[in-house]
Design a binder for this molecule. Sequence first.
Ligand code: FES
Length: 186
Amino acid sequence: MTTAETALTGKKPGEGNTRRDFLYISTAAVATTGTAIAVWPFIDSLNPNAETLAQSKIDVDISQIDVGQRVTIKLQGRPIFIVHRTAAQIAAAKKDDTNPDLIDPATDASRVQKEEWLIVIGVCTHLGCIPLGQNDGDRLGKWGGWYCPCHGSAYDIAGRVRRGPAPKNLYLLPYEFKDNGMVSIG
Ligand code: FES
């Protein structure tokens, strides 16, 4: 198994521009797939090569991600958003489970394995832009999740689309929590 350390960025919502975290999160890829993780947006020198881009699974050490912090990894060329949600964010997400205005109705519980962790593909379901919300100072949109600057779609903290034109919630992907503080994504 190969181990790599790659810089990730994250923030605590509500802290605005007062805090920018630069984390070094230990990652280890599954032996059959190799290592595949990078910052998003990431430094050019960290761009994965073609072999890395083809890898389909990555283990991420989430034990270093603080409550309220958001980090982004890159897997197969796509940004994956990881959010260590606060109690208030979880409550807000659950509160909207039955909101009749949901564009793509889904309960919060149907979108997470552990309520404190949201892991979604960070690609707008309209035309594929990368929504804002992962970096300090980003516009989060009215529902506190993500805002897509391309055509104005907004997502809540469960990754549910709350304002179009995006038609679908941020897509989920397979992942599995492990005992050692790691989550295997992909
Ligand atoms: S691509 Fe996000 S709103 Fe159009």
